[in-house]
Ligand binder design. Structure first.
Ligand code: 4AZ
Length: 228
């Protein structure tokens, strides 16, 4: 997270970190005690055995509340080239419960243009900087899909399964924040997905997020079957 502030997990108790072969890899959000939502691009080359999820921690060095992953469920329309439908559910082998661990409900409406979403993670604090040892959080302004498409014209399409948010030149998600939550009114409205390659908090490059409301039907099919 570029800009924003350092926080305690008490404030973002649905925030999890996803480990791949023992190393911090991506963010995620706990949606039931047994299921985590993340970006599909975070787990596109992963097998369940290589992944683990940790909850209820502020600092990456903390070792409690680690769970193995039994199944990776990518959105059936996930497109690796266009980064459309960049969402996956990780099913845990046993539930995560306890101090500083809470689930977050999914939004059924997209965040309105001009609304302020809260984005959190342990990703880079500066372009070409380092992963943050402490969890960080920043508030970002949602912009229209049209305006966002203008910024990314000729590079990528901004689809209905995406929305964009930024504070130009000041705050942004960055490498390592992928898969993490964007929250409005205590509901998960977005997942950190992509931005201009290896650039963060640039004036003309909003962050792009998965629009949770657009994939709600898929969640409604998967969650009852795999998450309880
Ligand atoms: C990434 O590569 C990434 N500035 C995530 C978010 C943004 C850029 C890159 C948005 O994980």
């Amino acid at each position: 997270i570029i800009g924003g502030r350092r926080v305690l997990v008490e404030e973002i108790p649905y925030m999890v970190n996803i480990r791949s072969n023992g190393s911090f890899h991506c963010g995620g959000s706990l949606i039931t005690s047994k299921c985590v939502v993340t970006a599909a691009h975070c787990v596109k080359y992963s097998k369940p055995k290589e992944l683990a999820v940790r909850a209820g921690v502020t600092y990456l060095r903390e070792r409690r509340n680690l769970r193995m992953v039994s199944r990776i469920i990518k959105h059936p329309k996930y497109n690796i080239k266009t980064i459309n439908f960049d969402v996956a559910i990780l099913v845990l082998k046993s539930p995560l419960r306890g101090r500083n661990i809470r689930t977050i409900p999914l939004a059924f409406r997209p965040p309105p243009n001009g609304s302020i979403v809260r984005v959190s993670g342990w990703g880079l604090e500066r372009e070409n900087g380092y992963i943050s040892e402490q969890l960080k959080s920043a508030q970002l302004g949602v912009i229209s899909r049209r305006r966002c498409a203008n910024f990314y014209k000729g590079l990528r399409n901004i689809t209905d399964a995406m929305f964009c948010a930024f504070v130009p030149g000041q705050r942004d998600a960055c490498q390592g924040d992928s898969g993490g939550p964007a929250v409005l009114d205590n509901r998960l409205v977005g997942i950190v997905s992509w931005g201009r390659r290896s650039q963060c908090a640039r004036r003309k490059s909003p962050g792009v997020y998965v629009n949770i409301a657009h994939v709600k039907h898929w969640f409604d099919a998967v969650i009852p079957k795999h998450c309880y």
